[in-house]
Design a binder for this molecule. Sequence first.
Ligand SMILES: CC(C)(COP(=O)(O)OP(=O)(O)OC[C@H]1O[C@@H](n2cnc3c(N)ncnc32)[C@H](O)[C@@H]1OP(=O)(O)O)[C@@H](O)C(=O)NCCC(=O)NCCS
Length: 213
Amino acid sequence: MRRVVDVGYVTPERDGGSIDRTAGQRGVETFALRHRRECSIRGVTLLDTARLRLRPFTLDDLDAHARLYADPEITRWLSDGPWLGDLARERSERAVRRFVSHWKACGYGVWAVEERATGRFLGQCGLNTLPGGEVEILWAIERDAWGQGFASEAAGAALGYAFDVVGLERVVALARPQNAPSRRIMDKLGMRWEKDVEALGAPAVFYAVERAR
Ligand SMILES: CC(C)(COP(=O)(O)OP(=O)(O)OC[C@H]1O[C@@H](n2cnc3c(N)ncnc32)[C@H](O)[C@@H]1OP(=O)(O)O)[C@@H](O)C(=O)NCCC(=O)NCCS
């Protein structure tokens, strides 16, 4: 029988956006201290793929990101979403602040995903430290750009960065069991189901992939 474990999942949207206040942020800090070398990556943070540019989030992205999180068809799959109105805006702002502080603390994090041909903001993809130090990969793409392989392309680049640049040994991912596109992306990334967990009071699946030797 599959084991169900509460992973104490703290998502970027739910932490307080301050390095001191929340378990999620403390996770980043602790991780940064414990792995100072790996967290002192300086240099390349821009990733170009065939069609996409991934660049670290900044506070200038607050409005574009708020539009992403204004879509409940997107946020229904995130942490305790869906969120509507002011709550969506608040969760978006927390997430962006968290992304920015994560980049500062660790030298890697979640990228803003843009279409190279147009410069259009497409969404988010990247790496987030969970309480306890495991690093998850996450993604969300604007709905009118779904089904074109953008999330897979961005996630492939982010995972390559995690292993080849950051030097992580293992990356994990969580999704609601019914989130078929995300589970498909996890499969395509070579991630394997490890366990069923409880994340924010609802069932989730926990996948992981180890660095190739
Ligand atoms: C998940 C998400 C990022 C995917 O974005 P995307 O750019 O459309 O994804 P891609 O086109 O790269 O790939 C999706 C894959 O899932 C497959 N897929 C899509 N719908 C599916 C379904 N209902 N059942 C099974 N597979 C499905 C696609 O066919 C594709 O696989 P393929 O390359 O083998 O054909 C997007 O749907 C999204 O933003 N969802 C809301 C936020 C979210 O779920 N975030 C993750 C939380 S864990």
